[in-house]
Ligand binder design. Structure first.
Ligand SMILES: C[S@@+](CC[C@H](N)C(=O)[O-])C[C@H]1O[C@@H](n2cnc3c(N)ncnc32)[C@H](O)[C@@H]1O
Length: 336
């Protein structure tokens, strides 16, 4: 007993304090402001328009949490916050942080109710629609969500550009492509590929604007459609990122079956997300993502690599493999 301490419990219990400091820092523009150069605390406070009382604690907490550097009284971004959280850079992935701040931070407050009832706790809580019908009825929320998807998938997309044998293929389509974050990264890394993004028609203008900002409009096309009512487009490689986890098991199987039907023999399906380790004890992020699907969807859940490979084989894929991408993300590759 004498060598037991409750510090890990305290740290985990107060974990949302850390998270909210980062979310508010992005909301207030801390990193975008410091991207223009280091500032002393008083100048930074005045630029952000925050009250003097806790400004120093807030900035120093960001230093202690490893998100800012401080040299005497001058604060500066660390390389990661400068690259990924400066709104002026194309590498900005703060859309994810903004969505966490404006939507999920509040919705996760109802986790206990979600666990008791099995019901989503987001915009769909009162209405009958699914996540996307509820989200996409408001243009600002639509854009915020699609930008958040670019943020959450950027690392996996860069890793997939390196770890999949793209040289063997010529065409690819990202199914449920959102803003187009993944097709852009793949096309930037492989100039021989042409491809597209398939998604609901309402997503088209935001996809096209993002792809055009990278000068890729001639190689990456938007393909409007609904994967419940339409066949999937044909390509050498189909990709599904954070798609299967949105839906229940029958819907997952239906989507995998449609992908198998759309591919020619030798074609590949890449499923990627925070694939849970087969023993379901290490990838905490994947397990938390599955709880996030409880908050966000009616039947969605995350799954292990073995689960996904098994479903792929059931619908006819002859070879499957699970490949780690980066951090918590892996891809499951099925070859027809
Ligand atoms: C969770 S997001 C994943 C986005 C992207 N693949 C990624 O991983 O960053 C799910 C995507 O599926 C799209 N989607 C939802 N229902 C759809 C449907 N019925 N047909 C086509 N796309 C759909 C959404 O618009 C959204 O872009």
């Amino acid at each position: 007993m004498a060598d037991l301490f409750p510090d890990r419990i305290v740290e985990l219990g107060t974990g949302f304090w850390r998270s909210k400091v980062l979310l508010s820092a992005v909301e207030l523009g801390v990193f975008s402001t410091l991207a223009q150069g280091p500032l002393d605390g008083e100048t930074l406070r005045a630029r952000l328009g925050i009250h003097p009382r806790s400004a120093r604690d807030f900035f120093d907490a960001l230093v202690a949490l490893g998100m800012l550097n401080r040299d005497r009284d001058r604060y500066a971004n660390i390389p990661e916050t400068d690259l990924f959280l400066d709104r002026a850079k194309p590498s900005y992935m703060g859309g994810l942080v903004e969505m966490l701040n404006f939507r999920l931070y509040g919705f996760w407050g109802s986790l206990t109710e979600a666990l008791r009832t099995g019901q989503p706790q987001n915009e769909a809580k009162s209405g009958g629609g699914n996540l996307f019908e509820a989200l996409y009825s408001d243009p600002a929320r639509l854009r915020l969500f699609l930008q958040a998807m670019t943020g959450i998938s950027l690392g996996a997309a860069r890793a997939m550009a390196q770890k999949f044998p793209w040289k063997q293929y010529r065409t690819f389509v990202d199914i449920g492509a959102a803003q187009g974050g993944l097709p852009v990264q793949i096309a930037l890394a492989h100039s021989h590929l042409t491809g597209g993004g398939f998604d609901l028609p309402v997503v088209g203008p935001i996809f096209e604007e993002y792809v055009a900002s990278f000068g890729l409009a001639d190689r990456i096309r938007f393909q409007p459609g609904d994967f419940f009512t339409d066949p999937l487009p044909q390509a050498d490689v189909l990709v599904m990122g954070h798609i299967l986890h949105d839906w229940d098991l029958d819907e997952k199987r239906m989507l995998l079956h449609k992908a198998h039907t759309a591919l020619d023999s030798g074609g590949a399906l890449i499923v990627y997300e925070a694939i849970i380790d087969d023993e379901r004890r290490r990838n905490a992020f994947g397990l938390l993502m599955s709880l996030n699907m409880l908050i966000e969807t009616r039947g969605g859940f995350d799954y292990t690599g073995a689960d996904c490979a098994g479903w792929m084989r059931e619908v006819g894929f002859r070879e499957t493999s699970v490949v780690h991408l980066v951090g918590n993300d892996s891809m499951v590759v099925g070859i027809k």
